[in-house]
Design a protein around this ligand. Structure first.
Ligand code: MG
Length: 251
């Protein structure tokens, strides 16, 4: 099932996408959602970010080839940082340049959306807490990341967390292809089988420290091929079995 949030005449609404058609979601997206009346065609419906997290927990250096291109190694335990809710934007929304930055990068990532409150999740139990998966772009002001000593504005500025296009609830995310294209040209092309720490390991680890709420998001790290964007550039992330997320950056 593809769970989405869409703009309607009466405001944002949860929806279910089937093929080219968008239906209203009845009930809670987190518990037994069912299909309601037809809203419209997918092509003419504005998709919003597919959830409204209270926080986005992010993992750094979780693909060996990306760690190598950054001149680092995969750390002995997952490296975590946070993006605030105000960093989240939806499909097609603009990423806005952080004032004073000289270099802003794209990073294609698999995102995990939580279904229910999660704390101290036991190994083996993580699937009970996963609503589904979507695409994320971990926008990164690389100069601020290097210079600031911590990553708050480098990774958490407004619009620095595009999410979407929807939450796929039936994906086996352990080995799916993840690609990123800058203005149509492939820059990142990998598979989630190359994650250094698996989704299970990440959820077990991060919930020792953070209570995840329904709709909260984990983004799992980016594969090799990162690079800068210029104002006007568009980055498109495609994850096999989910779909594509496109966003343009502007000053
Ligand atoms: Mg990242």
């Amino acid at each position: 099932m593809k769970l989405a949030r869409v703009q309607t005449d009466t405001g944002p609404a949860w929806a279910i996408v089937e093929g080219e058609t968008v239906f209203r979601l009845e009930g809670s997206p987190f518990e037994h959602p069912t299909k309601g009346e037809r809203i419209g065609d997918l092509a003419s419906t504005k998709l919003l970010a597919p959830c409204q997290p209270t926080k986005v927990v992010c993992i750094g250096l979780n693909y060996r080839a990306h760690a190598a291109e950054s001149g680092q190694e995969v750390p002995p335990e997952p490296l975590m940082f946070l993006k605030p809710p105000t960093s989240v934007v939806g499909p097609g929304e603009d990423v806005v340049w952080a004032p004073g930055s000289e270099r802003i990068d794209y990073e294609a990532e698999l995102a995990v959306v939580f279904k229910k409150r999660a704390k101290n999740v036991a190994p083996g139990a993580y699937k009970d807490y996963v609503l589904g998966y979507t695409c994320a772009n971990d926008i990164s002001a690389r100069d601020f990341q290097r210079g600031d000593g911590q990553w708050a504005r480098a990774k958490g500025s407004d619009t620095f967390c595009p999410l979407g296009p929807w939450i796929e609830t039936e994906l086996d995310a352990g080995n799916v292809r993840i690609t990123g294209k800058l203005n149509g040209e492939v820059r990142q092309d990998s598979t989630t089988a190359d994650l250094a720490f698996t989704i299970e390991q990440l959820i077990t680890h991060l919930t020792k420290y953070f209570t995840m709420e329904p709709g909260d998001v984990l983004i799992t790290g980016t594969p090799a091929g990162i690079g800068p964007m210029n104002p006007g550039d568009e980055y498109e992330i495609t994850i096999e079995g989910i779909g594509s997320l496109k966003n343009r950056i502007r000053k």
